[in-house]
Design a protein around this ligand. Structure first.
Ligand code: GTP
Ligand code: MG
Length: 224
């Protein structure tokens, strides 16, 4: 038997210096895997995971960018339309931490973007090679008023939590915008286009089978 459920679609983007573990975090989140000899991302890639979160079916599409300088222009072209950014540095690489200011400026330069960001300090399993303390990470996150989390794509520690923390922020913002639009609709007239957006956001109906898995890990490769 099939039933109609409502699906929230979220678009996330990874950002940060090369080799901090962006692709590894995405791979851990989407497929629960870790590859020691993973290749640097060329251009952009993406993965999708659908899960049940806060009693809703949520489809998270993660666009995984390349941190290498030569792909800078390609990366910024993908900011538009993203609702969440996983901004990553490696605790074993101080330069990648110092470079967070640069990535934040880049996000702020996208004037018509409305993006929630989370600061992710990855590779915490390399405790002996740590060059950035937790306190420094928290201080940086506080400077930009964004959440902070320490992860290890290798062990899997806090990876799910990082993505879900961001999903929670994006969904609560989406739903509060939706409520604002609804109350505006009550008091004033609205144009047909804004009425359309009220109908299509924040959810899209999909039909699923009664016994369908609630946590699908699907792979979608592109562009390489
Ligand atoms: N020890 C440890 N190694 C990690 C971790 N995450 C990633 N790595 C390793 O770090 C290297 C770089 O990882 P990637 O995921 O390719 O890094 P990236 O940020 O996607 O790099 P670009 O695609 O070039 O931007 C690889 O050798 C990974 O196996 C982690 O949490 N711990
Ligand atoms: Mg990569």
């Amino acid at each position: 038997m099939s039933r109609l459920v409502y699906e929230q679609k979220l678009k996330f983007l990874t950002l940060g210096d090369t080799a901090v573990g962006k692709t590894s975090l995405v791979l851990r989140f989407s497929d629960d895997e870790f590859e020691k000899n993973i290749l640097p991302t060329i251009g952009i890639d993406f993965k999708v995971r659908t899960l049940i979160f806060q009693e809703k079916r949520v489809r998270i599409q993660v666009w995984d960018t390349a941190g290498q300088e030569k792909f800078k222009n390609i990366t910024s072209a993908y900011y538009r339309g993203a609702q969440g950014i996983i901004l990553t540095y490696s605790v074993s690489n101080r330069k990648s931490y110092e470079h967070v200011d640069y990535w934040i400026k880049n996000i702020e330069n996208c004037s018509d973007c409305e993006i929630e960001t989370i600061l992710v300090a990855n590779k915490t399993d390399l405790e002996k090679q740590r060059e950035v303390s937790k306190e420094e990470g928290l201080k940086l996150a506080n400077k930009y008023s964004i959440p902070y989390i320490e992860t290890s794509a290798k062990s899997g520690k806090n990876v799910e939590e990082a993505f879900l923390k961001l999903a929670k922020k994006v969904l609560s913002k989406k739903n509060s915008n939706f409520t604002k639009k609804k109350s505006r609709f009550k008091s004033t007239s609205v144009s047909t286009s804004s009425l359309d957006s009220m109908i299509t956001t924040p959810t899209t109906p999909v039909i699923i089978e009664e016994n369908e898995k609630i946590d699908e890990r699907e792979e979608n490769k592109c562009c390489n």
